[in-house]
Design a protein around this ligand. Structure first.
Ligand code: FCB
Length: 458
């Protein structure tokens, strides 16, 4: 099974999850520093203070990427390295780190794919309301302009936001991520200001021209098809509510310039004040993007749950409960292995929204990896997971989805947010105590896939 010529095989990471060096190079604090240092928020009290120490091991990590044969590398810029308190002129030392990264990639013929916001908001902006405040959207556009000004000549792919659903809902409704709020109204306001920030950032970057000649600007959503748990109308309705919040709340404004009325009226019914949408906002949000990044992990299988009251469980405010079937393979995150959902969601974007170029900007699984007595990490589960998902992606392409590349999550084991260091997603194992990197069996398998631009027969 082969992929089109120039298919962009890569791997992804994010700043707070790998960099460490949180007090170096003039970096200011982010909401994830605050959150991870708040007792009880992250498993074992883990923080990103040191993480994979990527900030100091940049050359070694670049060499690992080259050894695997990656054609692209998706990384994120830590906003608080560039503007330590969220506004004002650039901190040149912060930009220098990313200049070195981008130069190192290009020297190795690896295409840089840059994410501007992967959740590490400067704490100073949170102190003024964070994403529930319109000002943050404006600050984000300024920050985007600063980074674009410095790197647009050498970075072809620009992603404004990573997974606004996660920022908004895990961060503001369910309290699981920074900043840890528990207010669905705040999550809707954060959703709107994140999307507005995306629109304003696009406008800003486009006004600066296209120094790379063919720069592509887009956004990344985490999309999860939602299916009814049982063959009942009540479960079908619950799946529709979950689809509304998880998928349509982002796809509709980006591609159609409107919010799904059923989602807004549900939250109006719960007393939320939705007056934050101003005239003209949706025009900015729906300005055409050059590509959509899709992060895919699993489908939501959903039951109606009328008795569920508002709590910290995702979708409880929709009176819906996601269930994970007892049967079937699960990852170390407890997530079901469900490659068909990837085909489904890529085809849906094309058929229901737009025939836009697509990149899988994240997909991968956590495995209980360890270095065995022979010194190797034999992550067969990850190999079969990726094999199945690459095939599912190919199936979507056969059905017309314009998929152009695939970034495996993740290059390195790293700080998995509220799960701390307990969950390993890397192609490369990291021994956190020493920083030692051990490429896993999956990284060698992935090299072969990239080398032959396809998969062997299964
Ligand atoms: C996604 C995040 C990424 C990583 C994976 C497992 O939601 O974007 O940072 O944590 O999940």
């Amino acid at each position: 099974m082969t992929f089109p010529e120039n298919f962009l095989w890569g791997a992804a990471t994010a700043s707070y999850q790998i960099e460490g060096a949180v007090n170096e190079g003039g970096r200011g604090p982010s909401i994830w520093d605050t959150f991870s240092h708040t007792p009880g928020k992250v498993l074992h009290g883990d923080t990103g203070d040191t993480a994979c120490d990527h900030y100091h091991r940049l050359e070694e990590d670049l060499d690992l990427m080259a050894e695997i044969g990656l054609k692209a590398y998706r990384f994120s810029v830590a906003w608080p390295r560039i503007q330590p308190d969220g506004s004002g002129p650039a901190n040149e030392k912060g930009l220098d780190f990313y200049r070195r990264l981008v130069d190192g990639l290009r020297q190795r013929s690896i295409e840089p794919m840059l994410t501007l916001y992967h959740w590490d908001l400067p704490q100073a902006l949170q102190d003024r309301g964070g994403w529930t405040s319109r000002e943050t959207a404006e600050r984000f556009a300024e920050y985007a302009g600063v980074v674009y000004g410095a790197l647009s000549g050498s970075v072809p792919f620009w992603i404004t936001l990573n997974e606004p659903w996660v920022s908004a809902w895990l961060g503001h409704a369910y309290g699981i991520h920074a900043p840890g709020l528990k207010d669905p109204g705040a999550a809707l306001s954060a959703t709107h200001h994140l999307l507005l920030g995306h629109g304003l950032a696009l406008e800003r970057m486009r006004s600066m021209g296209n120094p790379g000649d063919d720069n592509q600007l887009g956004a990344t959503l985490n999309l999860h098809p939602a299916l009814p748990g049982r063959d009942r109308d009540a479960d079908r309705e619950a799946a529709r509510r979950v689809d509304g919040q998880a998928n349509r709340l982002y796809l509709d404004p980006l591609f159609r310039g409107e919010y799904p009325e059923d989602v807004f009226s549900h939250y109006r019914g719960l007393g939320a004040d939705l007056s934050f949408v101003e005239d003209g906002d949706l025009d900015k949000i729906s300005a055409p993007i050059d590509f959509l990044g899709v992060n895919y992990y699993f489908r939501h299988v959903v039951r109606d749950a009328p008795e569920e009251s508002h709590s910290e469980v995702p979708f409880s405010d929709l009176r819906a409960r996601p269930i994970v079937p007892h049967t079937g393979e699960k990852t170390a995150m407890g997530w079901p292995v469900d490659p068909e959902g990837l085909t489904e969601i890529l085809v849906r974007v094309k058929e229901e929204y737009a025939d836009v170029p697509l990149y899988v900007t994240e997909n991968g699984r956590a495995v209980h990896d360890y270095v065995d007595p022979e010194g190797s990490v034999d992550d067969e589960e990850r190999i079969s997971y990726l094999d199945a998902h690459f095939r599912a992606a190919r199936a979507a392409m056969e059905r017309g989805a314009d998929l152009r590349g695939y970034m495996v999550w993740s290059l390195l084991d790293n700080f998995e947010w509220a799960e701390g260091y307990s969950k390993r997603f890397g192609l490369v194992f990291v021994d956190y105590g020493t920083g030692r990197r051990v490429p896993k069996a999956s990284s060698r398998w992935y090299s072969e896939v990239i080398g032959r631009n396809g998969l062997g027969s299964s």
